[in-house]
Design a protein around this ligand. Structure first.
Ligand code: CP
Length: 304
């Protein structure tokens, strides 16, 4: 079977195929409710999660399959010192696919080398989160009709934000994309993306620390949380955590059809009053996440 470790593991055409399948599943769920019967998905989450884990589990259950996983991040034998390779080799004997989140960059790739079944990366440290990218792209496609000719602003922790890194890589393959990176100088987008995929695909981009200055130019605003768990010291986190707070006043110069995305969880970076704005798409995004994971699982397990 096919693993998904980072977004470029799937071609644009393959991703588009998943989006079409996700749409068919959403429209006619009854046709897919038995397609993974007899299959078991293992969810190995070594970091907390609400959306990714529960949407994967809901996806598998809605396809007629079953799930297993440990109760909380610290409750597997990894806490006794078992190495990841041994954990994965073992779990691959019990399950037909593994979804894994781990605080270490590269953990999912390593796991895929020791697993006899497909491994899906549900987040490896500050590196990648490819199924969030599938969720983000499906949301853009469903709400805008297509993914092209867009100015996309990324705001917040662009240094450690794995959802940003994955989305930047995937979006760079679509036509007419411009990117605006908004962050404090300590949390700028990594150089490897600027000199790598953005240079290779000739994506025009700008960097700024002012959201207000660029708000009116954006078609999509991708907000992210400043992540306490990625900081080495609390002082830096406290200084930077409220760098950008999206409020109705701040939204005033924005385009009338600008879309606000956020992978969630949010902490303080989008004021609750913004939720009532029709441009706020982040809870729709969370829902699309389940359908695209249904498409991914049924396709990886050879059920469709
Ligand atoms: N978007 C996302 O990965 O959310 P969780 O951390 O709740 O899974």
């Amino acid at each position: 079977g096919r693993s998904l470790i980072e977004p470029l593991n799937f071609s644009v055409e393959e991703m588009e195929g998943l989006f079409e399948l996700a749409e068919r599943i959403e429209a006619k769920p009854a046709e897919y409710k038995e397609c993974c019967r007899g299959n078991i998905l293992a969810t190995l989450f070594f970091e907390p999660s609400t959306r990714t884990r529960l949407s994967f589990e809901a996806a598998m259950l809605r396809l007629g399959g079953s799930c297993l996983g440990f109760a909380e991040p610290g409750s597997s034998s990894a806490s006794k010192g078992e190495c990841l390779a041994d954990t994965v080799r073992t779990v691959a004997c019990y399950a037909d696919a593994i979804v894994m989140r781990n605080p270490k960059e590269g953990a999912a790739l390593l796991a895929s080398r020791y697993s006899d079944v497909p491994v899906i990366n549900a987040g490896d440290g500050g590196h990648h989160h490819p199924t969030q990218t599938l969720t983000d792209l499906l949301t853009i496609k469903r709400l805008r009709g297509d993914i092209k000719n867009l100015t996309v602003g990324f705001c917040g922790d662009l240094k450690f934000g794995r959802t940003v890194h994955s989305l930047v890589k995937a979006l760079a393959r679509y036509p007419g994309i411009r990117m605006v990176f908004v962050s404090p100088s300590e949390l700028t987008i990594p150089n490897y993306l600027k000199t790598g995929i953005l240079a290779e695909k000739k994506i025009p981009f700008t960097e700024t620390d002012s959201l207000d200055k660029v708000m009116e130019s954006l078609d999509i605003l991708y907000m992210t949380r400043v992540q306490r768990e990625r900081f080495f010291n609390e002082e830096d986190y406290i200084r930077l955590k409220d760098s950008y707070i999206l409020t109705p006043e701040r939204m005033e110069p924005a385009k009338k059809d600008m879309m606000i995305l956020h992978p969630l969880p949010r902490v303080n970076e989008i004021a609750l009053e913004v939720d009532a704005d029709p441009r706020a798409a982040y809870f729709k995004q969370a829902k699309f996440g389940m359908f695209v994971r249904m498409a991914l699982l049924s396709s990886i397990l050879g059920a469709v």
